[in-house]
Write a protein that binds this ligand. Structure first.
Ligand code: GLU
Length: 453
């Protein structure tokens, strides 16, 4: 049977790095096994629906090279399927109508907890079907049968849930609209999914979904639950801290390889993370059994480091189209040269565009540069530099040093500030060598004239 996996995001807001990992591991698994990746948008929760989120997801998958082979399917367009499934279960007596109100459920839960029992549904409507309920709203509840469920998880090994872990659970509302866990299982069955790869936060849904497969008379997929992701403090990665916007990162100069490698490191021990790999390279080695069970720590600086290394290795080639996209041109200077020099000096990816901008044109000093240039000693350094600017870098340094006695930071910082309007940027000698004496003279004069005016 050929492998069929799915990525099933709920479009409820910003992307989380955990979702991205789920998508990536599904892609790697599909490639490794010659299978098919299906994209399914789980958009039945209209209250939490964010119309932009689906576009963000599709965009991220496409631009990172994860893609999908079938879909996107939208659950909101498949409601008949879930309604039919509820009807089938109802006809077989496997679901029943539950008219309990929120208040009743709440006091049942409180009573169970007070008695030291797990807060599961009491089963009231199962045993005593209500009469005379008129058109009161209800939910369809699945009859669990109160028995333990075990399964062999591809990552976690044997997992057993005792019957005490769940009670009869709702699958749909009176109008037939499905609850998340149910729609997901019906779709997995209908789409003939062979392997479900998803985050560990869904682990406790699995026994319930396995019961649903059995009740629907269809074979269940194999499950693989990926470890939780934690922050620096070891706490579950919040929505905010885990938010990731792949499109924005790509626009900033991150390469897809760095992002997917950094994300793959969240649990997969099959790579060491010293170099960025592309999806095909990873897929040849991917083994879901080599995914760790212990929590993985999200480390964004690691992704950044991978990217800076890759930028240097490739001579900044990927920056050239990025400059064009940002409308950056460099007069007579070849963008390829700027890209190489920028890639060679950035310590963080988000410096690439600001550094390149310093080759493009003179910039008005930012606050830090302005404060530094307000110092009369700095002024002396810059004026001496202007006198010698035709002679190139060494002559300029020599002139400033001999005329002012400044050295080290007191010498280089004012020069950099005067030339670029910034205190950090590309290598100073590279700037001199690349800009040429006319542009250098223009920039230094601009600074000097600002003082004189
Ligand atoms: N829609 C669910 C989520 O975004 C995933 C459900 C599943 O993978 O079974 O968390």
């Amino acid at each position: 049977m050929s492998v069929r996996v799915r990525f099933a995001p709920s479009p409820t807001g910003a992307m989380h790095v955990g979702n991205l990992r789920t998508a990536l591991f599904n892609r790697l698994f599909a490639l490794r096994h010659g299978g098919t990746l299906i994209l399914r948008i789980e958009d039945t929760d209209r209250a939490r629906h964010d119309p932009l989120a689906e576009r963000t997801i599709l965009d991220a998958l496409t631009r990172l090279g994860i893609g999908w082979d079938e879909g996107p399917y939208r659950q909101s367009e498949r409601l008949d399927l879930y309604r039919d499934a509820v009807e089938r279960l109802a006809a077989d007596g496997k679901v029943y109508r539950c008219f309990c109100t929120e208040g009743e459920l709440e006091s049942d839960r409180a009573a169970a907890v007070a008695a030291g029992k797990p807060p599961r549904y009491s089963g009231r409507c199962r045993t005593t079907p209500p009469s005379n309920v008129g058109d009161a709203p209800f939910v369809w509840r699945f009859m669990t049968g109160d028995r333990p469920v075990s399964f062999d998880d591809g990552v976690r090994g044997n997992v057993t849930f005792s019957s005490a872990d769940f009670g009869d659970f709702p699958v749909a509302r009176s109008d037939g609209s499905p609850l998340f866990l149910f729609a997901s299982a019906v779709d997995d069955a209908e789409m003939r999914i062979t392997d479900v790869i998803r985050g560990e936060d869904h682990l406790s849904n699995t026994p319930r979904q396995l019961m649903l497969f059995e009740a629907l008379g269809v074979p269940a997929p194999r499950y693989h639950h990926l470890p939780i992701i934690v922050d620096d403090e070891g706490k579950k990665l919040s929505k905010r801290k885990g938010a990731i916007d792949p499109a924005a990162l790509l626009d900033e100069g991150f390469l897809p390889e760095s992002i997917v490698t950094g994300v793959a490191l969240l649990g997969w021990a099959g790579i060491d993370g010293k170099e960025a790999l592309n999806i095909e390279e990873m897929a040849t080695r991917f083994d879901i059994g080599a995914v760790s069970r212990s929590p993985s720590r999200y480390d964004f600086p690691r992704i950044d480091h991978l990217n800076v290394t890759l930028l240097k290795e490739t001579g900044g080639a990927s920056l050239v189209p990025l400059f064009a996209a940002h409308g950056l041109t460099f007069g007579g200077i070849d963008p390829v040269t700027v890209a190489r020099l920028v890639a060679g000096t950035v310590k963080r990816t988000d410096e690439a565009i600001p550094f390149a901008l310093q080759f493009a044109r003179p910039l008005p000093p930012d606050d830090e540069a302005a404060a530094l240039l307000a110092d009369p000693a700095a002024r002396g350094v810059v004026e001496a530099a202007l006198d010698a600017v035709g002679g190139g870098y060494d002559a300029v340094i020599e002139s400033s040093r001999s005329k002012t006695g400044a050295k080290g930071k007191a010498l280089f910082a004012p020069l950099r500030a005067a030339l670029t309007g910034r205190l950090t940027g590309p290598n100073l000698k590279d700037l001199f060598d690349t800009l040429g004496s006319a542009a250098l003279a223009e920039r230094l004069s601009l600074t000097v004239n600002r003082w004189r005016s």
